[in-house]
Write a protein that binds this ligand. Structure first.
Ligand code: NI
Length: 132
């Protein structure tokens, strides 16, 4: 099996160690392999959709992160976003739920932009089927 070295922030490593103990994974490698499988499966699911679709995208980012950058992405794909809700997870983290409607290919682009943004910690997508 090839060995890959990665760098991750201290806090993420702490969270990883915590999950490792709580959930009974044998090693860091095992939990990372599982997370990668989940990530790849999720990506394959996204690839399945074609035509016009509706989805919700939930993002979590640190309040201190430059909101402006997050907004740039939201403005860039503004025509897809029907509405959004802003709330607070705790004193330092913001949560946004966006309702998006549009071509699957464009929604995938938006999701990828959010997922590759270093400012956004979590991105969860729920597809709600095709609009009637
Ligand atoms: Ni906020």
């Amino acid at each position: 099996m090839p060995i890959v070295s990665i760098s991750i922030p201290e806090k993420l490593l702490e969270d990883l160690e915590e999950s490792l103990q709580e959930r009974g994974f044998a090693s860091r490698s095992e939990i990372i392999r599982q997370a990668l499988r989940d990530f790849i499966m999720e990506h394959k699911d996204l690839e399945k959709f074609e035509g016009e679709i509706i989805a919700t995208i939930t993002i979590v980012y640190e309040k201190s992160a430059q909101k402006v950058k997050t907004l740039d992405i939201q403005h860039q794909y503004g025509s897809l976003i029907s509405t959004f809700l802003h709330a607070h997870v705790d004193s330092s983290n913001c949560l946004e739920v966006m309702v998006v409607r549009g071509e699957a290919v464009m929604i995938r682009e938006l999701i990828d932009s959010l997922k590759t943004s270093k400012l956004i910690q979590q991105v969860k997508v729920v597809f709600l089927g095709k609009p009637s």
